[in-house]
Design a protein around this ligand. Sequence first.
Ligand code: F6R
Length: 269
Amino acid sequence: MSAHPRTLATPAGTLIIYSDRATACQVAGDRMGSAVREARAKRGRAVLGLATGSTPILVYKRLVEQVQAGELSLEATSTYNLDEYYPISPLDSHSYHAFMHQHLLEQIGLPPHQTHILDGTVPEAFVTAHCAEFERWIQADGGLDLQLLGIGRNGHIGFNEPMDLSVEQALKLPTRLMPLHPVTLADAAADFGGQPDLVPQRALTMGIATILAARSILILAFGAAKATAVAQAIEGPITASVPASLLQTVASRVTWLVDEAASAELNKC
Ligand code: F6R
């Protein structure tokens, strides 16, 4: 039996393998807390990039614990979410607005002006301007100190789905509206009462360029369903058809926190 956690240097960054996801999520929550403290000490404010989905739920639980215990203050801290379905109302219980309010924002009482989630109600003619404005807000805040990511079964990060683009083109992608990939739609159906027809076919997503510009990136993957995507992203070629493999281009700033099942297809493990 191997000791945990195990830390490995990989082409896509530091990889830490845990025996259970709860510990990995606790570590991720603690790292986010540390990132906030360090950024505020260094430049007077902190900027977190947040993810939704099943993966980060326990991470947010840990963040909430730190705030409620008085160990962490989120004063002078802004958050930017990776993505939002399109179209969708923020009042819809399936929206990522609702997810963030349920799992984090309500519990820590973060004032609305400190949190930014792309707006799934923006008329289509204004989507490009809305996405450009989102990028400007991040810039004006001094850039992302830490971006939290999950990974899709198809290797997506945010809703940057597998693309038929050159690496050079993919690395320049800004925040934009994207059609969702069939694998993503199938996975999302569970959250929409198992009815694929109810899943919005598109989403607003932070771009690859926006994500990779973060000063540090924490990517989490749990469960056997993620094993192929994790192996392709970490050990496969850098390609836009596996968007998470683009993390290899900024490997020195990336940490992967995974469980045994998600690491099962890595050759080195
Ligand atoms: C969510 C997001 C997605 C998810 C990914 C994994 O904001 O950007 O990339 O991180 O689809 O989803 P889960 O965690 O539900 O397996």
